[in-house]
Design a protein around this ligand. Structure first.
Ligand SMILES: Cc1cc2nc3c(=O)[nH]c(=O)nc-3n(C[C@H](O)[C@H](O)[C@H](O)COP(=O)(O)O)c2cc1C
Length: 229
């Protein structure tokens, strides 16, 4: 049997090194496990992600049972990372996190952010911030995506490899993982040990292409000249 190759891992990275070193890993070393103490740390760090009103519109379904991962495989376009990784984590975006508004706003008051009057005024006000289905979806996807990024960076910092995946059948995965309708499956993330077979990172769009100054399409030079005149 071919020996499983594992990528040497470096932990306790600087934040910049973690950001630079994280990759979407497509080749996992089969048979690796993520220990419970690693899961605990991973989700403790993930939970520190920011969210609107601190509503924390994220939940996670961790699938590390091999038989269930085999069931996931055909629902994920046959992507082999699903069965070779140690686990697949479904990152759920909660469309209705304000079911916890009493608790969340009480924390704001207890921690000295707002007084009782403001707390009472805010109760139910989330319906103003998220008035319709589209805004609820934006909030759920935005919040869950920030948590997903924290998760991937934290995992990398702990020597674990990840792959975010949108290539799956949302209806089938929802049924298999028993995800209620109020939650969106924002993405799946395979987690495990890298087999160190991935190709180099692909190019990124350059600074001038992605950064607009002051207004969309504005360049740094334009802004400078305008403000100098
Ligand atoms: C939301 C999201 C969904 C993705 N879905 C898949 C996927 O289904 N299959 C896959 O092989 N890669 C997937 N990727 C990985 C991207 O191809 C990868 O992030 C991109 O090419 C940049 O590579 P890097 O993460 O190594 O820098 C996904 C990435 C993101 C952020």
């Amino acid at each position: 049997m071919e020996a499983v190759q594992r990528k040497p891992v470096q932990v306790d990275l600087s934040l910049e090194d973690a950001i630079r070193g994280r990759r979407s890993v497509h080749y996992f070393a089969p048979g690796a496990r993520v220990r419970d103490d690693q899961w605990a740390k991973l989700f403790e760090l993930t939970a520190l992600s920011p969210s609107s009103f601190n509503f924390q519109p994220w939940d996670f379904v961790v699938v590390d049972d091999q038989a269930r991962k085999e069931q996931l495989l055909p629902l994920c376009w046959g992507q082999k990372q699903v069965v070779d990784s140690a686990a697949v984590v479904a990152v759920l975006g909660d469309k209705n996190p304000h079911r916890r508004d009493a608790q969340v706003l009480q924390q704001f008051q207890d921690n000295g952010y707002i007084d009782e009057q403001t707390r009472n005024a805010y109760m139910g006000a989330v319906d103003v911030v998220y008035p319709d289905e589209a805004r609820k979806i934006e909030h759920a996807v935005g919040g869950a995506s920030l948590a997903a990024m924290t998760f991937m960076l934290a995992a990398h910092g702990m020597g674990l490899a990840t792959l975010p995946m949108i290539g799956f059948d949302p209806v089938g995965v929802r049924a298999l993982l028993k995800v209620p309708d109020e939650y969106l499956i924002t993405m799946l993330i395979a987690v495990g040990e890298s087999a160190d077979r991935d190709l180099p990172r692909q190019q990124r769009r350059p600074y001038d292409d992605i950064v607009h100054w002051e207004v969309f399409g504005g360049s740094r030079k334009t802004v400078y000249l305008e403000s100098a005149s």
